[in-house]
Design a protein around this ligand. Structure first.
Ligand SMILES: [Zn+2]
Ligand SMILES: [Zn+2]
Length: 460
């Protein structure tokens, strides 16, 4: 990095600041080093910028979690003042950013741009479109892109299978896998991650076991940590917790924190306190425990009503100075991303949003919705708990969605953490009382709420 700064100084000193190629290369280096600020500095110094320079900056932002900024640049570069035109690479990076953020409208706009500018035949762009639509919860649109493709490779098939899997269409994912074999496209590791996660997300235990076996024996693919992760999730869902534990212990690769966390989640769902404690000890051993783990353990105790243990964990978290990640939900409206955190009051329409939330809760209560208190950490009185639960970020985002979109329009929310039981119940009730589809993408999956039910069948 120090070296790059010296080169940068030399470029300026020797009067090469109009050498677009040289400066773009330097930007690329900063981008590679995840240094968005310096990359931007170089970019701003350039007298002219070609599409490659824009692409480097956009990818740099996308890689450095400045995804919204990356998307803004996609529009800015087309401003007549700059007059650059996005090419297939720009579109690819921007689509990946949309997939990451779950911004459907923006993604659709790029899709139109691709078609209008004749990039539509590139298989990698089509594959990314499939992934983008899937990550935005629109598996039907993903499927339409797939159908329109004249050439499909293993990445295409895997993207479709993943799309079905994460949206809870397990049977369709398996059907796609079979079709792929009929077409003589050999599956790879990624394909099997998709197939196995389809089985786990849809609760297809026997099928999952069978595919796991076939992957090794028939296709000679040795299981990766992701495959094991799917299997642990699958077994955990079915309540085979001890078997899941055995599988982790017998793994040929070293178990990582994610896989222990999957099992911990299953312990919470099934109220298996002893195993939950054991799993936490593994996480501590890996020095990988994060706030979310304590929250899961805490919820495991809460699910069996052991409030003393809940208090213990809270004390421990306080002692260790563990901060929980604040929940954050986003909703896209007319191409703009609105962000909410817990108990948010920063949105310009906050008063209306809170009023709408109160109204919704009133309506849902009439229909039988009761706030789920065990999902909240604090040992508060029932009334206090109800109060605290009211303002989870996804509820605020949903209330805003009801407020700002016409009746019947699907509400799409992306959340950075797992959705809690109460918000899940809330969204289910809302989907029937307000006759709205609600799609929430949380940390690991999609929840499609429709007519009072969720595509995850209440397991996540
Ligand atoms: Zn919640
Ligand atoms: Zn769900």
């Amino acid at each position: 990095m120090k070296c790059a700064k010296e080169i940068h100084a030399r470029i300026l000193q020797d009067g090469h600041q109009s050498d677009c190629l040289l400066l773009t290369a330097l930007m690329g280096f900063y981008a590679f080093c995840e240094n968005g600020t310096d990359a931007r500095l170089v970019f701003d110094e350039m007298p002219q910028r070609d599409t490659v320079a824009w692409n480097v900056l956009i990818s740099c932002y996308a890689r450095n979690k400045r995804i919204r900024d990356a998307l803004i640049l996609f529009d800015v570069m087309q401003n007549p003042e700059y007059g650059s035109k996005p090419d297939d690479v720009t579109c690819l990076v921007a689509l990946q950013a949309c997939a990451h953020l779950g911004t459907l409208e923006f993604g659709e706009r790029i899709h139109r741009f691709i078609d209008e500018h004749g990039y539509g035949d590139a298989t990698n762009l089509r594959n990314t479109l499939i992934a983008m639509y899937s990550r935005c919860g629109c598996v039907d649109k993903a499927f339409r892109v797939f159908q329109g493709m004249s050439e499909r490779n293993v990445v295409t098939w895997s993207a479709l299978i993943h799309g079905f899997a994460m949206n809870g269409h397990g049977r369709d994912a398996i059907e796609a896998f079979r079709e792929m074999q009929r077409m003589n496209v050999p599956p790879d590791e990624q394909t099997f991650t998709g197939v196995l996660s389809a089985c786990s997300h849809s609760g297809l235990v026997d099928e999952g076991m069978m595919f796991f076996e076939r992957m090794r024996t028939e296709f000679g693919i040795s299981p990766s940590i992701h495959h094991y992760g799917c299997m642990v999730d699958l077994m955990g869902r079915a309540g085979y917790l001890d078997q899941a534990y055995e599988l982790i212990i017998s793994m040929t690769v070293k178990p990582d924190s994610a896989i222990w966390r999957t099992l911990l989640g299953a312990c919470r769902v099934h109220g298996h306190v002893a195993l939950g404690e054991h799993v936490v000890s593994h996480l501590i051993e890996l020095k990988a425990q994060e706030a979310g783990d304590y929250v899961l353990l805490l919820n495991t105790y809460a699910s069996v009503g052991d409030w003393d243990k809940v208090a213990d964990v809270r004390r421990l978290m306080k002692e260790k100075g563990i901060q929980t990640t604040p929940g954050c939900s986003t909703i896209e409206l007319h191409g703009q991303v609105h962000e909410f955190v817990v108990d948010d009051d920063s949105h310009p329409r906050m008063k209306e949003i809170y009023a709408m939330l109160d109204e919704i809760e009133k309506q849902l209560k009439i229909a039988g919705y009761v706030a789920e208190v065990s999902s909240e950490l604090h040992k508060l009185s029932a009334q206090e708990k109800g109060f605290v639960l009211s303002y989870h970020s996804e509820k605020l985002a949903i209330a805003f969605g009801v407020l700002a979109t016409p009746p019947g329009k699907t509400i799409r929310v992306a959340k950075n953490l797992r959705i809690c039981t109460d918000c899940h119940n809330f969204a289910k009730a809302l989907s029937s009382v307000y006759n709205r589809e609600v799609v929430i993408r949380d940390r690991s999956r999609f929840h499609h709420f429709r007519q009072g039910n969720c595509s995850c069948n209440d397991y996540w």
